[in-house]
Design a protein around this ligand. Structure first.
Ligand SMILES: [Fe+2]
Length: 417
């Protein structure tokens, strides 16, 4: 019989292998040339993602904890550090696409080298709580980059006139008729918000604390493509009264007239499976916070706050159209779709919870330093790993971001009746 230590060591080691293998499986249909391209500063090349998550294990787990660990390549620390300024200088983010070297083959070799060292560490030192915590953080970090890898290659391929596909599976055709959009009373009063003790969470989900919720109602489902098309046809993009000032300025400046990836005809869109007809009853995605907010105003509603969303979602099972479903595109759903399909914009500025303390050392830069000028998004998307999302999970984007799978749920003030 396994001792508890051996059992947990095996579990972590197995989870490590699974997550690492999943990352490499995502590039099965890519050519080495595909993995080098960067189409805008927000987008990182596939190859860079694969190397950066590996660097994270090397820098934060192996170097401090595996005796006599030797770096695979001294220069990788500079190339693949993302934003940890307390860990040293780094290559400029907008220039990641200039790195034709190291080659993809060398990056995969780097992954194997670090994997071997990590397995050695996990077999010998899982009684060290710090090793377990840092490895778990590294795995969750890699899962975040799995999502970014896919959203980034989607942008890269969308810029290629050949319109290549990352996956060959077809987006399922709708077999469900959606209910009318309606609102259910949410819980009001003082409620506990934030991560529940006992399982992994990021520092930005802590501490669990009391929050006051005013009477409100929350939407029964996500806003669909057909509903968003109505907004467009009703002159949504040319009605300044619907928009926040920054949103209106952005619409003018960038000539936005429809969600990113929609064709002018409003009938087809670019997906990870190539160009497809827009499925009317599927959730709309690739809209910015500004567009979500304007749509909500047009619909006579508003976006939910992070707290309203979290309370409603915590009553639901964590299940839905996630990475593991392998659609990699939002699909029509029968249920409330709190998890998966699209990250849902909230009306909450991404800010620290009362009493928030970032992690110690360089890893304190993971979340805390971004708590300015961004909006909270919730629920994960069709390219978020299923075992990576939970009701308390907080992600965040600048209000003009559109390249992630970002969509809309509505809310309203007051209670019914
Ligand atoms: Fe990262």
């Amino acid at each position: 019989m396994l001792s508890p230590e051996t059992a947990s060591s095996d579990l972590l080691s197995e989870r490590f292998q699974n997550v690492r293998r999943t990352s490499v499986s995502l590039i099965a249909n890519l050519q080495p040339e595909d993995t080098v391209v960067q189409t805008m500063p927000d987008v990182s090349p596939t190859k860079w993602h694969l190397a950066h998550v590996t660097w994270f294990f090397e820098r934060f787990v192996l170097e401090p904890h595996l005796t006599n660990y030797t770096r695979f390549d001294e220069q990788y620390h500079y190339l693949f550090n993302s934003y940890y300024v307390t860990a040293g200088d780094m290559h400029a983010r907008p220039q990641r696409g200039l790195l034709s070297r190291p080659s993809l083959a060398e990056v995969l070799e780097y992954r194997n080298y670090v994997d071997t060292a990590m397995q050695q560490l996990l077999q010998t030192q899982t009684s060290d709580e710090q090793v377990v915590q840092l490895t778990t953080l590294g795995l969750n970090h890699e899962q975040q980059h799995q999502e970014l890898l896919l959203t980034d290659i989607k942008h890269v391929f969308s810029c290629n006139p050949l319109q290549p596909a990352v996956i060959t599976s077809q987006v399922p055709t709708p077999g469900v008729s959606l209910p009318e959009y309606s609102f259910a009373d949410g819980l009001s009063g003082i409620h506990r918000i934030g991560a529940v003790d006992g399982s992994f969470c990021f520092d930005n989900e802590t501490p669990r604390h009391n929050a006051l919720l005013h009477p409100h109602r929350i939407g029964n489902r996500l806003v669909t493509n057909a509903e968003y098309r109505e907004f467009i046809k009703d002159g949504g993009y040319s009605s300044p009264a619907l928009w926040l000032s920054d949103g209106w300025a952005t619409v003018q400046e960038r000539h936005w007239r429809r969600p990113l990836y929609w064709d002018k005809s409003l009938e087809t869109e670019f997906t990870l499976g190539g160009v497809h007809e827009i499925v009317d009853s599927a959730p709309v995605c690739h809209v910015s916070f500004y567009e979500a907010d304007a749509f909500a105003r047009w619909a006579g509603a508003r976006l939910p706050t992070e707290f309203e969303w979290e309370l409603a979602a915590s009553e639901q099972a964590v299940a839905g159209n996630l990475l593991d479903s392998a659609h990699w595109q939002p699909v029509p759903g029968e249920g409330p779709q709190f998890f998966g399909d699209v990250w849902e914009w909230t009306s909450s500025a991404y800010a620290p919870y009362p009493g928030f303390k970032p992690l110690a050392g360089s890893l304190g830069e993971y979340n805390g330093k971004f708590m300015c000028n961004q909006m909270g998004v919730r629920g994960g998307s069709c390219v978020t790993a299923a075992n990576h999302i939970r009701a308390s999970y907080r992600s965040f984007f600048y209000p003009d971001a559109r390249w992630q799978f970002l969509g809309i749920r509505l809310a309203n003030d007051g209670h019914s009746g």
